[in-house]
Design a protein around this ligand. Structure first.
Ligand code: UGA
Length: 445
């Protein structure tokens, strides 16, 4: 099939490259000419395992094409995926101006039956607005042209996006038209070979499924974080509790790891958007609001533990920080707990020596210039360099190389052997035996 994917961000590029990998011809369209030029040279704007190879090879094979012209792409394809950003507005609602802008442009060029697919995470009812935007432009042109709008949300995890696309748990297709449903089934059949993973439902059902999945996962995390904080007060080790409850198949082991809060471009934004949708419908989304608030407080927790141990005035103190990305396997720092901790430490006068295996360039780009200029923040070349002269280590992202470090070497480098472990990577008993003062999340102190 010939497809067009509009938006070469994280979702669009993975979608386009994976469909091309299955033999389809895919046009990837973006208004950013520089980005398109770089993609043609095989330069990928994001770090995502496995993506570079399939982008480069499919581009060379001619199946993956990059252009800034939607008209050119549309002339040679009849399924159009909208995969542009939906950033949160001031009030937490999703900003749909990019999505609707693309829909209008599709209406300006549409000349054959096509399926317009919403891939971006959009509030319930957006498919109707996309339909209206396309229709509005057709009407201006005085053209009558059949088309369908489908919702096809993505469930890609950063750091495992290619794998998730190629081997999905489920493929959700929201379609109110049989014709469009068939086109989508055919397109996804290759990703659903072993057993049928395709679920066709109403458009609004599919839109809601996406938000509900992310909000449910965020709820599991916030719930567990709240339990962890109580464990701290009661002298209970939450890691034992986690294993105890995870063994109940109704609860399961996944997404119940307590920590210093969830980040990323999806959970915070999607929970906020769902709250907004509920409020707009005169409901009080008590659970969702609590999930959101717990997470805001949870991001402050490590800083509070550090202040409780070292005092409010941290001038003259140096902290090592391991992990800047919002989770392992990505260089994405959006909404990362590390940013909140950096603000807390630096505003109390501390110096921070930070290290991340992948997100160092992102940190240089995205963190306040002043922190680097006035020496509040330095980026270490190696995880051990960050420890030199440090009064404590704060582990914020659970990258694998942090799991089994050389504790003796660490003690020799640090000023004092203190660890604040925001992801419960270490065993408190072993840490005590190694001679460390250890603070985890919900480990009983
Ligand atoms: C999430 C969903 O998992 C994807 O299914 C979805 O497609 C995606 O959002 C999206 O909407 O685009 P992602 O943001 O890549 O994917 O990140 P996750 O792996 O889900 O992790 C989110 C956050 O939760 C991270 O900060 C992680 O550290 C935290 N987390 C996760 C915990 O604190 N505890 C856990 O037990 C699990």
């Amino acid at each position: 099939m010939n497809l067009t994917v509009i938006g070469t961000g994280y979702v669009g590029l993975v979608t386009g490259a994976c469909f091309a990998e299955m033999g389809n011809t895919v046009y990837c369209v973006d208004i950013d000419g520089e980005k398109i030029a770089r993609l043609k040279q095989g330069i990928i704007p994001i770090y995502e395992p496995g993506l570079e190879r399939i982008v480069q090879s499919n581009y060379q094979e001619g199946r993956l094409r990059f252009t800034t012209s939607l008209a050119e792409a549309m002339a040679d394809s009849n399924v159009y995926f909208i995969a542009v950003g939906t950033p949160p507005g001031e009030d937490g609602s999703a900003d749909l101006s990019y999505v609707l802008g693309v829909a209008a442009e599709i209406g300006q060029h549409l000349s054959d039956y096509a399926v317009v697919v919403n891939k971006s995470t959009v509030p319930v009812g957006t498919a109707d607005r996309v339909r209206a935007a396309v229709q509005g432009e057709l009407a201006k042109r005085g053209v009558e042209q059949a088309f369908d709008v489908v919702s096809n949300p993505e469930f890609l995890k950063e750091g495992a996006a290619v794998e998730d696309f190629m081997r999905p748990d489920r493929i959700i297709i929201g379609s109110d038209s049989e014709r469009a449903g068939e086109v989508m089934r055919l397109l996804y059949a290759d990703f659903s070979r072993n057993h049928d993973r395709i679920m066709v439902m109403g458009v609004r059902d599919a839109e809601m499924t996406k938000y509900t999945a992310n909000a449910m996962l965020a709820t599991k995390i916030s719930f567990m974080n709240e339990i962890a904080n109580l464990c701290d007060k009661l002298g209970v080790d939450v890691e034992k509790v986690r294993l105890g409850i995870g063994s109940d198949s109704r609860i399961g082991y996944s997404f119940i790891y307590p920590g210093c809060g969830y980040g990323g471009s999806c959970f915070p934004k999607d929970v906020s958007a769902l709250i907004h949708m509920a409020e707009q419908n005169q409901l009080f989304p008590l659970v969702l609001q609590s999930v959101h608030q717990r997470n805001m407080f949870q991001k402050l927790l490590m800083g509070e533990k550090i202040v409780a141990r070292f005092g409010q005035d941290l001038s003259g103190k140096t902290f090592a920080l391991w992990g800047l990305a919002f989770k392992p396997g990505t260089d994405d720092m959006r909404e990362a707990p590390s940013i909140v901790l950096l603000h807390q430490l630096i505003s109390c006068g501390a110096k921070v020596q930070a290290y991340d295996p992948i997100a160092m360039d992102a940190a240089r780009r995205e963190l306040p210039r002043a922190w680097f200029d006035n020496g509040s923040l330095t980026l270490a070349e190696h995880q051990y360099d960050a420890l030199k002269g440090a009064d404590a280590l704060a582990l914020v992202t659970e990258w694998k190389p942090f799991r089994h470090p050389d504790f003796d070497a660490m003690k020799r480098m640090m000023n004092s052997p203190v660890i604040f472990d925001g992801r419960n990577q270490y065993d408190p008993v072993r840490m005590a035996a190694e001679g460390f003062e250890y603070f985890g999340i919900g480990r009983g102190k």
